[in-house]
Design a protein around this ligand. Structure first.
Ligand code: GLN
Length: 514
């Protein structure tokens, strides 16, 4: 049996291609693990064994026939449930899309499967990706595999938890203000937000169209690089996808950081609420870069700290416009007994949307309304331009910029659920990156001594320079060599094995009697 926590996606693929293990056996291992773990974690909203086993059959037949297979052949993959795929539900974590079934494919998802990924299921998320803890899902929260009383981060918490617990080797998330990187940090996974436009957004349920970007979670930097290679590139179905050539992101990962100019974003390290263990792990990582020959210095991004304020105007403004299509007529839930069409809209939306979604729609509608537009939306756009200018200036002197990914380790379920402002602060390091549109990766850089929980380092790169941030992340990964299997997952698997052993004994005893 293969262990999906110790093997990376690349190793799984190599074994499948070599014929050491069949894709079918890999799929069985993934579903066995989901059975052992997911009742506790709740990473998945839907399992897709038919899709996975159909892919496994095709891959095994190709391997047997000596035909070429894709770069992710036989790798169990998962999708955030805001990505459309024919044959699946796509709820976006919302009740309003409960009855909806996808009628078309998200390009990035399709490309991941075309590369040989075997889809095991669709993952939980904060409703419409509004949140940082996955507690805003209409289908109940996801639990952090490192400690079930804690959140996995969000909004792509289900995808992060699935990879962290080895239920999938690669998962896709979407990141509008940190929703890939922050759950990556909280679950000890590698998590990449590519440059805006690097990956097609076609088929992902839109949140903030000028900010949204799809990216991968993996157990290793190399896995994220391979996944990016599979999903990146121009898509005629998304006008904002870039024609910039797709590089071989996995090549050159081991080249080290000698001479790399690494900037510590000192302005952001002064923000209130950064936990001492996070700060310590961050500075230790900066020292590691220096010891590996990088030129580490301080860089100023003076306007970045205003990112949060600008984001909570621009994000909700775009979201309120994108969510107008959920009117009870075209998609999903429709209120019964409406008296007229306005009543139908109002009731369908009131019944279908959860509290955070309603908050975002109201914030956005207010910010865009006549008389307030210039004061809020206009000002936020000006701040965004200043932030972009700051990043451009920083990249004239530095190759990568570093901050913590999130200000704390995973927090307790419920801890921030009633305090939206405290929740919004979770993204203080990640949000400026989306406003600027540059790329960033979160890589595990330490396990907190007191809690044992993972801490992430965010490495930000210039437009379309994913190769450099991945190379820097690979240096930290190699230097730290952390054991990133959540201890709980090992316990749950042992319990499953013990139970299977007991059942086998019982069967043997019954046979002996019979
Ligand atoms: N946590 C942020 C928010 O609530 C970011 C979410 C995201 O990136 N989708 O908006």
């Amino acid at each position: 049996m293969i262990d999906l926590n110790t093997l990376t996606a690349r190793e799984v693929r190599d074994r499948v291609v070599a014929g050491d293990v069949s894709a079918r056996e890999v799929a069985e291992a993934a579903f066995g693990r989901i059975e052992a773990v997911d009742a506790s974690v709740h990473a998945f909203l839907e399992l897709t064994p038919e899709i996975a086993y159909e892919a496994a059959g095709r891959i095994d037949a190709a391997v047997a026939a000596g035909e070429p297979v894709g770069p992710l052949a036989g790798v169990p993959v998962a999708l955030k449930d805001n990505m459309n795929l024919v044959g699946t539900h796509t709820t976006a974590g919302s009740k309003i899309l409960g009855p909806y079934r996808s009628v078309y494919d998200c390009t990035a998802a399709r490309r991941l499967l075309d590369a040989g990924g075997m889809l095991v299921g669709k993952c939980n998320l904060d409703e419409f990706a509004f949140g940082s803890s996955t507690e805003n899902s209409a289908y109940g929260p996801t639990h952090n595999p490192w400690d079930l009383s804690r959140v996995p981060g969000g909004s792509s918490g289900g995808s992060a938890a699935a990879v962290s617990a080895g239920m999938a080797a690669i998962a896709l998330g979407s990141d509008t203000g940190g929703s890939i990187r922050q759950p990556g940090a909280l679950t000890g996974t590698v998590a990449l937000k590519p440059t805006y436009g690097r990956v097609s957004r076609y088929g992902v349920i839109a949140f903030g169209s000028s900010l949204d970007q799809i990216g991968p979670f993996g157990k290793s930097v190399e896995d994220c690089a391979l996944a990016l290679e599979a999903i990146a590139g121009k898509d005629p179905l998304d006008a904002t996808s870039a024609a910039e050539p797709v590089r071989s992101y996995a090549a050159g990962l081991g080249e080290g950081v000698e001479g790399l100019r690494v900037g510590i974003v000192s302005d952001l390290l002064d923000v209130e609420g950064c936990a001492p263990e996070v700060r310590a792990a961050f500075y230790a990582a900066a020292e590691t870069f220096a010891s590996l020959g990088a030129e580490v210095g301080e860089v100023r991004l003076p306007t970045a700290r205003h990112g949060l304020a600008a984001y909570y105007i621009i994000g909700p403004a775009e979201a309120s416009s994108n969510l107008a299509r959920f009117d009870g007529i075209r998609y999903g839930h429709r209120a019964a007994d409406a008296t007229d069409v306005l009543d139908l809209y109002t009731r369908s939306r009131a019944e279908g949307f959860g509290p955070e979604t309603i908050r975002r729609v109201m914030l956005g509608t207010y910010a865009l309304s006549a008389g307030y537009y210039d004061a809020y939306y206009g000002q936020a756009q000006k701040a965004r331009t200043r932030i972009i200018d700051d990043y451009r200036a920083a990249f004239e002197h530095f190759d990568v910029l570093i901050t913590p990914t999130a200000p704390s380790v995973a927090f307790k379920l419920g801890e921030k659920a009633d305090d939206p402002y405290a929740m919004y602060l979770s993204d203080v390091y990640t949000i400026p990156v989306n406003l600027a549109g540059v790329c960033a990766v979160s890589v595990p850089c330490a396990l907190d001594e007191a809690s044992g929980l993972p801490i992430g380092l965010q490495i930000t790169g210039d437009y379309f320079d994913e190769a450099t941030i991945l190379r820097a992340a690979a240096a930290i990964e190699a230097e730290r060599a952390l054991d990133l299997t959540p201890p709980l997952v090992t316990e749950l698997l042992d319990a499953q094995a013990a139970e299977a052993g007991m059942a086998a004994q019982r069967d043997a005893a019954l046979r002996a009697e019979g």
